[in-house]
Write a protein that binds this ligand. Structure first.
Ligand SMILES: [Mg+2]
Length: 109
């Protein structure tokens, strides 16, 4: 998936969420809600990792590769939503970060 498709998805999904919860893009708490969602998704991913390594109570159930991949996707999408809410270009900030890492580590590719 390219960044443009992700951006289009996030824009539509964001509008659906606004409609669902009766909010607007002007709501000041928006970024805090998005951050809470990122934290929630990271927690769900952590739970899957713990389940995969037998570090959760049996009552928490079991995991699968698909469940783990779904939670990784949820984390990526929720973080991408944060960039969307802040009106940042995900493509640009990731390109800049990759460039910074390459410069720091003297990478040539
Ligand atoms: Mg999730």
């Amino acid at each position: 998936m390219d960044f443009w498709k992700l951006h289009a998805f996030l824009k539509e999904f964001r509008q659906l969420q606004y409609d669902r919860f009766g909010r607007t893009s002007e709501d000041k708490e928006d970024i805090l809600l998005v951050l809470a969602k990122v934290a929630e998704e990271v927690g769900e991913l952590s739970e899957q990792v713990l389940l995969a390594h037998g570090r959760q109570r049996p009552s928490k159930g079991s995991t699968s590769n698909e469940a783990l991949w779904n939670e990784i996707a949820d984390v990526i999408i929720s973080v991408a939503m944060m960039a969307e809410v802040l009106d940042l270009s995900l493509d640009e900030i990731i390109q800049n970060k990759i460039k910074s890492i390459k410069n720091k580590r003297d990478m040539t590719t």
